[in-house]
Design a protein around this ligand. Structure first.
Ligand code: GTP
Ligand code: MG
Length: 196
């Protein structure tokens, strides 16, 4: 069945993306409201109580580390998440290219592989995605044009944001966009197969 905002009791946000783009730093910056100079490979799972989230819904934030976790563990986390933030570093073109060559196809295939449905539903449920360009403190241009082009091909991308774990620029916004993608999706999350 299809969830509506009023049925959702919590929001589970997963951060993925290439090594070194700043996933762990983003999470720890949000929690401590300051930039951590040293971070572990993977942040502990964090639960933000409802009363301090903009949408008043308890929110879990989950980090991913390719050093500490296997591909199978990643697939489990992608399926458990309500929204996936794909993080790239704005100063690293390879990490931006990998959004389309690796991360978006991976999230799609992971979600499809267990919806070979026996319940007769015609639609493919796609996981909402937020694209996050971190380290905006390092450059003087914007990557948003490239990102808007990607969004045209992947309707499951709900929003995009450029931010910096270092200066805290757009950090709370990033997590708000992720919550909003789950609670108030703007694009259809249930896409008829023939629209592929
Ligand atoms: P893995 O755990 O290896 O997958 O990497 P990660 O995505 O968790 O990145 P991490 O948070 O470990 O950050 C990688 C490096 O980028 C660290 O040296 C951080 O200090 C640095 N970094 C993270 N965010 C920012 C940022 O907003 N600006 C700048 N200038 N550096 C950053
Ligand atoms: Mg990390």
């Amino acid at each position: 069945g299809q969830y509506t905002a009023s049925q959702r009791k919590n929001v589970r946000i997963l951060l993925v993306g290439d090594a070194g783009v700043g996933k762990t730093s983003l999470i720890l910056s949000l929690v401590s409201e300051e930039y951590p100079e040293e971070v572990p490979p993977r942040a502990e799972e964090i639960t933000i109580p409802a009363n301090v989230t903009p949408e008043q819904v308890p929110t879990n934030i989950v980090d991913f580390s390719s050093v500490e976790q296997s591909d199978d563990a990643l697939a489990v986390e992608i399926n458990k998440a309500h929204v996936v933030c794909i993080v790239y570093a704005v100063d690293d073109d390879d990490s931006l290219d990998r959004i389309t060559s690796h991360w978006l196809p991976l999230v799609r295939s992971t979600c499809n592989s267990n919806s070979s449905s026996t319940d007769g539903e015609p639609d493919v449920a796609r996981k909402p995605i937020v694209l996050v360009g971190n380290k905006i403190d390092l450059i003087e241009y914007s990557t948003i044009d490239s990102v808007l082009a990607i969004m045209e091909d992947y309707p499951e991308i709900e929003s995009c944001v450029e931010c910096s774990a270092k200066t805290l620029h757009n950090i709370s916004e990033m997590f708000y966009y992720a919550q909003k993608a789950v609670l108030h999706p703007t694009s259809p999350l249930y896409i008829m197969e023939e629209q592929n």
